[in-house]
Write a protein that binds this ligand. Sequence first.
Ligand code: NAD
Ligand code: TDX
Length: 339
Amino acid sequence: MKLLVTGGAGFIGSNFIYYILDKYTGDEVVCIDVLTYAGNYSTLEEAVKNKNFKFVKGDITDRQLVNELFEAEKFDAVVNFAAESHVDRSIENPEVFLKTNILGTQVLMDACLKYGVKRYHQVSTDEVYGDLPLDRPDLLFTETTPIKTSSPYSASKASADLLVLAYHRTFGLNATISRCSNNYGPYHFPEKLIPLMIINVLNNKPLPVYGKGENVRDWLYVTDHCSAIDLIVRNGRAGEVYNVGGNNEKTNIFIVKTIIKELGASEDLITYVTDRKGHDLRYAIDSTKIQNELGWKPQINFEDGIKKTIKWYLDNKPWWEEIVSGEYKNYYDKMYGNR
Ligand code: NAD
Ligand code: TDX
């Protein structure tokens, strides 16, 4: 199979590329990534040594470039990870989220129709369902839960999902969607909760917990998300949405205290800061459909996954030190300076 992976220099896309190159030695993978602040070419330095892999620097909203790439490469499947992915940034500046996450999706789907690509897969998020109350542990998101978004980020992802389903129904695009809960693992950009807390502990800096730290996320180790997407791309039914989740709900404060404990630091580093605007309370995914239909099961439990993740950040300091010493410093000062 020849796959186009968009956004493959980011967190989940890069993990997916390594997953595919390792599992299917006969597959070819092309990655298109414009290398925004969140994209790191160095993340793909092992992949570029593989003869079955090719990197193209480019923007998914650039229709001409995308069409030329599809014409030249004749992909069997497209997996769209490329996105602006950080909720806090979408609150500061929504526009680029609409451009990449919605219009970029349209450009890719048009190219799939034009060049006869057999499968388009949209990597979406549980955030399209909005949030659940903290005091109703019985409630979970299913694929039929209504779309009800909170942030410009989640609204842009939901818009793209609706467009994908419309392209399936109206133009017969062979498309699938996955809606996954929070991922964690190697190559996670330092702006997100888990890497931010690990790096701040290692740098002996305050740990900024939004509100009271009571918000709940359902954490999934990134390779378990990759295996789910792989199954959907190969065996999922066109026009279907598949929820993917870890069944692993944790409060933010639990996550922060776990990281502190694993690294032998002091809880005095915890600093409660002003809450995120519109902050979703709780996400929890029911992934019965993908388990029953495609036989997917997560392989890595949270206790092992968080240890592996912390070890990865300890073993790969140059990767994140280069990021946090650059433009990221300005971002951090702006977001956390007076919070
Ligand atoms: P990320 O921010 O780490 O990576 C995004 C990548 O997309 C970067 O490499 C960036 O350079 C690239 N990109 C951005 N705009 C582009 C454009 N216009 N053209 C080409 N490339 C572009 O994001 P991530 O956490 O790896 O998320 C990947 C996907 O998974 C996103 O669609 C996100 O919505 C979804 N998702 C993420 C999570 C999570 O927990 N991180 C959970 C569920 C779903
Ligand atoms: O400094 C912080 N302090 C804090 O308390 C940061 C960065 C986050 N938080 C809280 C906010 C959230 O409740 O931690 C939780 C997780 O925050 P993020 O890592 O920003 O993730 P979240 O907003 O849950 O969104 C993530 O999961 C769904 C991804 O970034 C999205 O791309 C994905 O769709």
